[in-house]
Design a protein around this ligand. Structure first.
Ligand code: AVI
Length: 314
């Protein structure tokens, strides 16, 4: 049994305001549903970042200002779809670098490595499976300059304080003048943001409810999926999309392996995810709090998304 997950389920579902972390969305099925989300026309984040990395790779390389071979370390590489464009450009222009994708999923890393070896045979690649920080620490012990990639607006899934702590940890495991390219979804017309999460076909709803299916499977629970729904809300003032699972009736759910019964009132919520959007001015503050300065913001043509290049300060 996954112990941290077990503890988080008990803590989250017995709290006054029920909650479960979105980090548990990503079992094999959840990862597949996330791939579907990234292909939805409403989910503009993927297309925007793909556009930036397709059209502005050379500008990004120029801004790195590394006058020697360097490492590109990608945190949470996943299927590497967006990063491919940047890697392809570097290989084609004969820039000397080594690509170090890191992911906690062995399966994701194996698939990514095989795909890249086929499509970019000249790429030097050193995949790593495991904890970001242990691997980052090892990498920072050598003298080679590094570009860290933290793409996809993953930072938006952290509460602001947690995001600052995470960025500080990145910072502590980098050398002065190393760079971080961080993908962040920007505040924009609230209807555009709302539609990206409230999609008409209900893919995001399936993504959320899959968490209950996962708990049924892993902990012998008896959530009846049809008795739950999905709700999300965007607050354009603070940039927070908050997603919830809604209990459609008063009901009890038994989680056998945790020896626990959870009571739900009708319309009671389980908060599952935060997807925070930032203004460029807020990104400046975030970077400063984690001891980075911002070198460039690379924006897509609609100004929906930024890949921002941060430099570790001395
Ligand atoms: C991974 N993360 C940045 C996505 C997001 O936009 O918060 C996950 C997601 N949740 C619903 N749709 C996509």
């Amino acid at each position: 049994m996954n112990n941290t997950f077990a503890k988080d389920i008990i803590k989250g579902l017995t709290a006054e305001n029920k909650h479960l972390s979105s980090k548990y969305f990503y079992d094999d099925n959840g990862s597949r549903i996330f791939q579907e989300i990234m292909q939805m026309p409403e989910y503009y984040l993927t297309d925007s970042e793909f556009e930036i990395l397709s059209l502005q790779s050379q500008q990004i390389v120029d801004a790195l200002d590394f006058n020697q071979p360097f490492n590109i370390i990608e945190l949470g590489a996943g299927d590497g779809f967006k990063t491919f464009k940047l890697l392809e450009h570097l290989v084609n222009t004969e820039v000397e670098f080594n690509y170090v994708p890191i992911d906690i999923s062995q399966e994701a890393i194996t698939i990514l490595t095989e795909k890249l070896k086929k499509r970019l045979p000249k790429l030097s690649i050193q995949p790593k499976v495991g904890d970001y920080f242990e691997i980052l620490k090892e990498e920072s012990e050598n003298e080679i300059p590094s570009l860290l990639l933290f793409l996809g607006s993953n930072v938006g899934n952290y509460l602001e304080d947690q995001a600052i702590d995470l960025l500080k940890l990145f910072n502590q495991n980098m050398n002065v003048n190393d760079k971080l390219l961080i993908g962040i979804d920007l505040k924009k017309n609230p209807i555009t943001v709302h539609n990206a999460y409230y999609d008409k076909l209900g893919v995001t709803k399936r993504f959320n409810l899959n968490l209950l299916i996962r708990i049924n499977r892993e902990f012998d629970a008896n959530f009846k999926i049809d008795d739950f729904d999905f709700y999300c809300h965007y607050n354009p003032l603070n940039g927070e999309v908050k997603s919830y699972i809604v209990s459609l009736k008063s009901q009890e759910v038994h989680i056998q392996k945790l020896d626990t019964t959870i009571a739900f009132e009708q319309n009671e919520l389980i908060w599952t995810e935060l997807s925070k959007k930032y203004a460029l001015s807020e990104i400046e503050v975030l970077a400063g709090q984690a001891n980075f300065s911002i070198k460039n913001h690379f924006l897509d043509c609609k100004h929906y998304f930024t890949d921002s290049l941060w430099v570790k300060l001395g």
